[in-house]
Every structure is written in C-alpha cells, then in structure tokens.
Design a protein around this ligand. Structure first.
Ligand code: BEZ
Ligand code: FE2
Length: 407
C-alpha cells in the first residue's frame, strides 16, 4: 500500500471534485482519497510520498481512439480534404504498415505513457500491432476492426475478422482486452455488421464505430451522391450506399460499452439515437481539422458521454493526449475557456473509461489505481484556472502508476 500526496488532487468525478493538499492511498485499486495530512495519520506505517510544490495528481489519461498500425505516417498522407486523404491512405497503407514495426510502435506507446496516457482504445485493422500492445504497460482495449461493403466478399472478410478476434482473445489478460470495431456505415456490409455485433453481444465486448466523419460520407449515405460516388464506382463497382445513418445506428442496441468516433455531421435525430443507445462520442478534434472536416458542436452533444481520441498518426502529428487537449481547447472557440478545460479533462479520463468499459478514469475508492503525477511550473492563483493550466503546460508527467505499479 502506498500514500501519494499532491498539492492538487483532481478526482475527475462527476462533480469535478478537487482536493487541495490531497492524498491517495492505493495498492492495485484505490483504497482512499482525502487530505494528505489526515491520510498520513490514518496510515502511519505505509510508504508515503509528500506533496511536492505545485504538484498535481489525477487519473491517467484515456485515449479512446487510436490506430497504431498507421504510426509511421509523418508527411506521406494528404491533408486538407477528406477524399484526398482517403485515397492517399489506400495508396500508401502498405508502405506505412511495413515501416511500423513492433519496435517502432512500442516506442510510440512509450511516448504515450510518458505523456500521461495509461489506457487506450486501439483500433486494429490487421492485427500487426498486437505484440506491441501486449508488451506495453498501457492498458489496451484492442478493437478488432471489420471492414468491407462488397456482398461477394463478406464470407472471406468475416473469416479474417474472426481469426484476428480469436487471436486477440487467446492473448487476453487484465491489461489487454479484446473488443470489436465496425469501420463505418459506408464501408461495412449489413451482414458483417450484424454478425460482428452479435459476437460482441454474446462475448460482452466493447464496440466502436466511425460515424459521420465527413460531409462526403453524409451525402453518400443519404443521397448516394457526392465525393464518395466516384470512389465507390471506381474501387468497388457500387453506386448506392449499403445503409442509411439511422438504420446503421439501430443495429447497435443492447451493447453495454459503445462508442462512435467523430459524429461531426450527425443531426439532432442521430444524436438523440446515440444518446438513447447510451453510447459515447469519441472526439478527435485534430483529425477532424487536418482532414478538413467539421468540428463537433459541443453545445449540441450535451447529455452524451464524451471521450477524447488522438486518432492515428495517419491524421495527427502527435499521440500525446495533452497535445490533443491543447488543440481541443484552442479549436472550440465558442466555449467558455475554464469550463471547457474542466469538461475536456473529464472526457479524457472518466469519459474514456465509460467508452472502453474500464473501471478507471476517476480517483475514487475501488477504481483501478491508474494515476499520473506531474508539477506545474508555478503556483495556481485561482483554482478555477487549474484545468486550463494543466492542459496548457503539461508535456510529460513525472510519475505514471498503472494498476498500482510505478512504470
Ligand atoms: C469498403 O470495403 O467498402 C471500403 C473500404 C475502405 C474505405 C471505403 C470503403
Ligand atoms: Fe479513426
């Protein structure tokens, strides 16, 4: 058992409770939080670390949506237009995937925990990053992705998906948790969708899907026209979409841990359905900006759980959650700054835990002890600025605790 103190303890609970001169007692789970001095009296014989000046303790960050297999992209893919980007991914994916060796991805994962991330939702297209995910101390919810809209390919694609899923299930442990991803409404045949979701229900796996990321996707699904028409005609010989947005969402009933990534083009009815499904929106603001997509209207998603993802390095220049949070703070110019910062830290912790189905993301009794500790450069004069300054100034953290162990 250990007692760790800090000047500022952010619980990231629903009330955003902050304890000044706080402490946390933990082994692999959190045992108690409170004032450091009182905990020191109550637990006099355990190892304890005094609060350092301007130190902050908070739950480890949860990056709910990342594609590690595309980690080798820096200047290869095209940004600024969604269709150009998608074409460039299809052109260059083999080159990029070959460059992203296990060691390369492990190094990225190391940078991720050094910058405060203790859990990720990793979308896996091929299963090539599984070894790296098994070797990292970061908790990985491993989303085996199903993709393919062509009817005559569904049996082969389902068999390939099942093989990858089984391989991840055979490697399951307390920090590597198999899950299922549906690529998107435009790219997954209804048969594959139904089969994958039935498996998720049966095995009680978390599920995630990209949804309404671009105006081209919306136009294709609603009207079978726009930028996607030529794409589907040329690559897949199709002139009509395989589903409509609401029809797609309606397939996701009775899943306990469900998230939809992007949703920037979702209308009120679709957002209402996402709420009804008790699903999370994975917000990836940098990716949306780089592919020239719309930004999520945060005022419109009240009542829906929000989490934060970096997306892959295929549509971001960083996998650091603090970099992502800084971008989110700057991009959502309509929101009150300090309120937005509080909301973003909650989305990056407890919001992500709900999306992924993890007992984490809040500093409270019985949650897993995934905790980060770092120090601000100077004193906080106004407590209401705390989240803002944390987001603005934190690049790397000093201590990372995952499952009660210092990494
Ligand atoms: C498809 O298989 O339908 C597909 C794959 C990638 C992007 C778009 C569509
Ligand atoms: Fe993504």
């Amino acid at each position: 058992m250990i007692l760790q103190g800090a000047n500022w303890l952010l619980t990231c609970d629903k009330n955003n409770t902050i304890i000044q001169d706080g402490g946390i007692v933990f082994d692999d789970k959190i045992i108690e939080i409170g004032y450091f001095s009182q905990l020191k009296e109550k637990y006099p014989n355990i190892t304890s670390y005094e609060p350092k000046q301007n130190s902050v303790l908070m739950p480890g960050l949860i990056n709910s949506h990342v594609h590690l297999e595309f980690s080798a992209n820096k200047t290869t893919l095209q940004y600024g237009n969604f269709m150009d980007w998608l074409h460039s991914v299809i052109d260059k994916r083999d080159v990029l995937i070959e460059k992203a060796t296990s060691q390369y991805i492990e190094d990225k994962l190391t940078q991720m925990y050094k910058s405060g991330t203790t859990s990720i939702g990793a979308v896996s297209s091929y299963g090539f990053e599984m070894d790296a995910c098994l070797n990292t101390p970061i908790n990985v919810v491993y989303f085996n992705e199903v993709i393919g809209s062509k009817g005559d390919m569904v049996d082969t694609l389902l068999a390939d998906f099942n093989a990858r899923l089984q391989s991840s299930i055979s490697n399951k442990n307390s920090s590597f948790i198999p899950a299922i991803a549906i690529h998107s409404p435009y790219s997954v045949h209804p048969f594959l969708l139904r089969e994958a979701i039935n498996i998720a229900r049966e095995l009680k796996l978390s599920v995630s899907a990209h949804f309404l990321e671009s105006s081209e996707e919306k136009e294709w699904l609603e009207k079978n026209s726009g930028g996607f028409l030529n794409f589907f005609k040329n690559f897949l010989g199709q002139t009509t979409a395989v589903t409509k947005p609401l029809e797609f969402l309606n397939q996701f009933k009775h899943l306990e841990h469900l998230s939809f990534t992007h949703c920037v083009e979702a209308n009120d009815e679709e957002l209402e359905k996402i709420k009804e499904l008790n699903a999370t929106i994975n917000h990836c603001v940098t990716s949306n900006r780089l592919l020239n997509n719309t930004k999520l209207d945060l005022d419109n998603v009240n009542g829906i759980n929000l989490s934060i993802g970096t997306d892959g390095l295929s549509s971001n220049n960083s996998l650091s959650m603090f970099d992502e949070l800084r971008n989110a703070l700057m991009i959502h110019t309509n929101s009150n700054l300090n309120g937005l910062a509080d909301k973003l830290l909650k989305a990056a912790t407890s919001g992500g835990a709900k999306a992924l189905g993890l007992n984490k993301g809040i500093l409270e009794k019985n949650k897993d002890a995934d905790i980060i500790l770092f120090s601000l450069a100077d004193e906080i004069e106004e407590k209401k600025n705390l989240s803002t300054h944390i987001i603005l100034h934190t690049k790397e953290v000093d201590k990372i605790i995952i499952g009660g162990t210092y990494v």
